[in-house]
Design a protein around this ligand. Sequence first.
Ligand code: ZN
Ligand code: ZN
Length: 103
Amino acid sequence: MTARWGAPAPDGVRHLLRADHHPARAVACPHCGAHAHAPCTTISGRRRLPDPPHPSRITAWARATAVCPTCQVAPGTECHNGGWALPGGAVHPARQTEAEVTA
Ligand SMILES: [Zn+2]
Ligand SMILES: [Zn+2]
């Protein structure tokens, strides 16, 4: 074997949680219209809001990134209850938790 390590072994690699902003910023906010990676603002767009983002943004982020442990849908698919989408694009609470623990 002549293989050499070109890079350090991925020993206990952890997700880098950027403490300066919430992971839900990866998606656009359906509530205030903030673009992906931009902070939430007031509805008028005049004032930036501190994290956490609007709850509906966190919901949208969970829907876009996490599998739902409750209804078993894939990322990007709406949660459903017996085949009916949850009202208002909501997700099951377990899905939001799933997104947060895997962020
Ligand atoms: Zn927002
Ligand atoms: Zn679900």
